[in-house]
Design a protein around this ligand. Structure first.
Ligand code: IPE
Ligand code: IPE
Ligand code: MG
Length: 247
């Protein structure tokens, strides 16, 4: 796929990805699930590079859901260790490439060492402007929406906000994605066609792209293909075609 052509047709500002299929990928190779997760890290590297080349400003990756805490302990532990190991290995390179690291989700549930390292890495890269890479960790959209509701309810209680004064912007500002524009494109690998509690509020008008490819097989070319698919969609936002053409 020609990179320049893609760029000329308009690149989404924010791409979100549900990186799925690591376990099945490993099983197909007769390996254990953790082998799949380890190989998934190189797909992240490829996709991040591809996103930077195209000029995507925000990349958000679903790395661990709150529901994933219910997996066997050995797998959860391996994933947490992989997070720490990958951060330690990659952070210098990320920083050099102008990546600003961010994390969304119920981060307090993460092991202390992962929380501390995330905080340090986010801090180190906070002035970077090339791309914002958000990792969704211990993330649940329903948790996030409930949490935002509680925070706004507190403000109503103390009188700083009136019920009529609650609006979409105020709500968005209480989500862990505060400061990120809504994704225009959601990619999910591995053939599953569901949202699995990811960004329920933020994906209201996103385009969805599903591919059979398992996450460890997903590479730069796969990402370019997803962008090309996005570019031929007509985003109507409730209007009719003729209105969109005249805009
Ligand atoms: C996605 O791959 C990674 C995480 C959820 C952490 P899976 O581990 O869900 O792989 P499959 O879906 O079982 O193949
Ligand atoms: C979604 O994948 C979460 C991540 C990719 C981190 P799952 O594999 O956990 O989703 P379900 O359970 O198949 O819907
Ligand atoms: Mg899965």
């Amino acid at each position: 796929m020609n990179k320049e052509e893609l760029i000329n047709k308009g690149i989404p500002k924010h791409v979100a990805i549900i990186m799925d299929g690591n376990g099945r990928w490993a099983k197909q190779k007769g390996e254990d699930r953790v082998f799949g997760h380890m190989n998934g890290v190189s797909s992240i590297r490829d996709v991040l590079k591809a996103a930077i080349e195209l000029g995507v400003s925000y990349l958000t990756l679903y790395a661990f859901s709150t529901e994933n805490w219910d997996r066997p302990k050995e797998e959860v532990d391996a994933l947490m260790n992989l997070l720490v190991k990958s951060l330690l290995e990659e952070i210098e390179e990320l920083n050099k490439n102008g990546v600003s690291l961010n994390a969304i989700g119920d981060l307090k549930q993460l092991p202390d060492n992962a929380q501390a390292l995330l905080k340090k890495s986010i801090d180190l890269t906070k002035e970077n402007k090339v791309i914002t890479l958000s990792l969704a960790l211990s993330y649940s959209a329903r948790w996030e929406i409930m949490n935002a509701t509680k925070k706004i309810a507190e403000k109503v209680k103390d009188g700083s906000v009136s019920p009529e004064g609650i609006n979409e912007e105020m709500f968005s500002n209480e989500l862990t994605t505060v400061g990120l524009p809504d994704p225009e494109l959601l990619i999910r690998t591995s053939g599953e066609q569901r949202i699995s509690n990811f960004l329920l509020w933020q994906l209201a008008y996103a385009e969805f792209y599903f591919t059979e490819e398992l996450w460890p097989d997903f590479d730069k070319e796969s990402f370019f293909k997803a962008i090309a698919s996005y570019q031929v969609r007509e985003r109507r936002f409730g209007k009719i075609s003729e209105q969109i053409e005249n805009e």
